[in-house]
Design a protein around this ligand. Structure first.
Ligand code: MN3
Length: 244
């Protein structure tokens, strides 16, 4: 029997981040009737557009870095994720479900599913309209967990600076909505429940791979990490927290 293939057309909003699946036609009735138990949909994702111009985060993150980071690096993760999904047997209709379910042995999906998700979260965690501060329930939770915004900032920056080599710093919430900070290697994140010891929903992520800052900052990761706090979109981070 001809393998049934279809691709979801609706946009997927998961945990505050959106990955747009490739648009395509839904299967027609005839094909649907022929579908058998062994048939699996083939999931595919689009590269989400940046929610602002390449130069929107200047002078803290330069336009050239943003262009290469989004158009080359992020695009590469999405492309390799889609290639790997062509023979994936699990559920990939939702990027969260995919990351929650993959194991350490699913190397290609781990690296590229993580890369696709993490960068989508990263772009939407930033804005260029001037420095913001967290408010509302998120601010209350930050104070409850870290005592003050200053302590939180110091702890997050330390997590970003102590990640040896490539990886990410995270603010995330566990299943009890308790806040935590951690870092992770490569493209891993706290949503990879079968891989990570400390699990939860990412609220804010900072890319500390050299490709994220080297053009402008060279070896000065600390300066990049500090300047990230000038472009955090706290309104979006609050929405992620409130939606849990
Ligand atoms: Mn990156």
């Amino acid at each position: 029997m001809k393998k049934r293939t279809f691709i979801k057309t609706a946009a997927l909003v998961t945990g505050g981040i959106m990955l747009s699946p490739l648009s395509s036609c839904a299967p027609n009735k005839k094909e649907e009737a022929k579908a058998d138990e062994a048939s699996k949909p083939i999931w595919s994702y689009n590269l989400p557009a940046l929610p602002y111009a390449f130069d929107a985060l200047e002078p803290y993150i330069d336009a050239e870095t943003m262009r290469i980071h989004h158009d080359k690096h992020h695009a590469g993760y999405v492309k390799k994720l889609n290639a790997a999904l062509s023979d994936y047997k699990g559920n990939a209709q939702d990027i969260n479900a995919l990351l929650i379910d993959i194991t350490a042995e699913d190397t290609v999906l781990r690296n590229n599913g993580g890369g696709a998700y993490n960068h989508s979260l990263f772009w939407t965690s930033m804005q260029g309209g001037g420095q913001q501060q967290p408010e509302g329930k998120l601010l209350e939770a930050i104070k409850a967990e870290f005592d003050s915004m200053e302590n939180f900032t110091a702890a997050f920056q330390k997590a970003a600076l102590t990640r040896f080599g490539s990886g990410w710093a995270w603010l995330y919430a566990d299943k009890n909505k308790k806040l935590h900070i951690k870092n992770s290697p490569n493209q891993d994140n706290p949503l990879m429940f079968k891989i990570e010891q400390e699990k939860g929903t990412p609220l804010l992520g900072l890319d500390v791979w050299e490709h994220a800052y080297y053009l402008k900052y060279q070896n000065k990761r600390a300066e990049y990490v500090q300047n990230f706090f000038n472009v955090i979109n706290w309104r979006t981070v609050e929405q992620r927290f409130d939606s849990l």
